[in-house]
Design a protein around this ligand. Structure first.
Ligand SMILES: Cc1cc2nc3c(=O)[nH]c(=O)nc-3n(C[C@H](O)[C@H](O)[C@H](O)COP(=O)(O)O)c2cc1C
Length: 365
């Protein structure tokens, strides 16, 4: 799995949250070992939905950066995988865990736990798409006007890279062909825990790694993630590929606990990073402490002036990438940034009612 030193500690995909600006700042202020995009529907991608292509904007600092796809149509995974390769991503992840009814009623996301043969075929077709693209460089199944988006996306990435020059380690230039790993992210069951049986199906198609969120579909995001169930998944995989444990990891102590409990090779952190692009700042020290068996380091807390600057920069990049109307999406991030500040009710109220970067500048002045 790339050349990441275990345990892998990465940023989990979150639709409506881990967009390009969120990922950019999470990788600038800290450095997750791996970053995932929001999930993108395979048919929408092939048909050129503008919003979906926006979800696949990324910056080179995020590398290794993995594009996540969802759907229930293997033939579209084949074509979508080629697009992901051509856009210069470092991996393709398949969502088999989303519990949203709009997704599962079409047989996608966590519904695939109930149709394991279809899930297997999706992995095979995705891998075939990656392999065919690697051999031929051809993108198929999309119309010419959509194909024209690909060089535009690459140019946008270069523009971002040049303007926001920050040191980073190259995993790939994104312009030369490499055989991308195909991974899966899933849950421990549909309405009950069936993780062992389910994982056995996935073993047959050998994903490059597997992320297991310790909840069933029925649990949505409620209750505690079941780390015992994740441990069962790790046991079933039995070292054939890395497993990343996911769910309710909020602090560095949690990282240590989940890894000890599940014996997984890493973890992905989702909601714990809300309003905290500094979450991964001390992650390398954390990994060293875990290896040495010494106490985990403190998490980083920025000064208020530094936090304000990041909030403003985040809002500016968000609007630049998605347009002025998208400012409303930024409000939740602003509220999260101040969620741990005591007596900040008035500030929070102003932030969630703000309508533009200019207003934000005034509020934070
Ligand atoms: C708002 C939101 C959006 C999410 N979108 C995705 C997604 O697009 N793809 C995915 O695999 N998981 C998605 N998830 C699930 C998270 O990646 C993660 O599995 C879950 O939140 C549990 O981890 P956590 O407790 O660290 O947040 C989403 C979760 C949330 C809260």
């Amino acid at each position: 799995m790339f050349d990441i030193k275990f345990p892998v500690i990465g940023l989990s995909p979150m639709d409506g949250v881990t967009d390009a600006a969120y990922r950019f700042f999470t990788n600038k202020e800290g450095k997750p070992d791996i970053t995932f995009t929001e999930f993108v529907h395979v048919i929408g991608l092939c048909r050129g939905g503008e919003r979906l292509w926006q979800d696949f904007i990324f910056h080179d600092t995020e590398r290794p950066v993995v594009a996540q796809l969802f759907g229930a149509e293997p033939e579209y995974f084949y074509h979508a995988a080629k697009i992901v390769c051509e856009l210069g991503f470092d991996g393709v992840d398949i969502n088999m865990g989303c519990p949203a009814r709009t997704v599962t009623e079409h047989g996608a996301g966590a519904a695939l736990i109930r149709t394991p043969e279809l899930a297997q075929e999706i992995v095979r077709q995705t891998r075939k798409g990656v392999q065919d693209w690697f051999e031929t460089g051809e993108v198929t199944g999309i119309e010419d006007h959509i194909r024209a988006r690909i060089p535009q996306m690459k140019a946008q990435r270069r523009m971002l890279a040049e303007r926001n020059a920050v040191p980073f380690k190259h995993y790939s230039q994104g312009d030369e062909r490499s055989l991308l790993p195909v991974s899966v992210k899933t849950r421990v069951g549909f309405d009950s825990i069936v993780v062992s049986d389910w994982v056995k199906y996935l073993l047959e198609v050998e994903p490059a790694w597997l992320t297991i969120h310790g909840r069933t579909l029925k649990q949505l995001y409620a209750g505690q993630a079941d780390w015992d169930a994740i441990a069962l998944g790790v046991q079933t995989v039995d070292g054939q590929f890395p497993v990343l444990a996911n769910g309710d990891v909020k602090t560095y102590d949690d990282v240590q606990r989940v890894l000890t409990h599940t014996k997984a090779q890493g973890t992905l952190v989702g909601r714990g990073t809300y309003g905290n692009p500094w979450w991964f700042k001390h992650v390398q020290q954390l990994k060293e402490a875990l290896a040495a068996g010494s106490p985990v380091p403190e998490m980083f807390t920025p000064s208020w002036p530094a936090a304000k600057q990041t909030m403003l920069d985040h809002a500016k990049l968000h609007v630049e990438l998605k347009g002025p109307l998208s400012y409303v999406q930024m409000r939740k991030n602003l509220a999260w940034y101040v969620s741990n500040i005591p007596d900040a009710n008035e500030l929070r109220r102003k932030l969630v009612l703000s309508n533009s970067v200019e207003e934000l500048e005034e509020i934070l002045a």
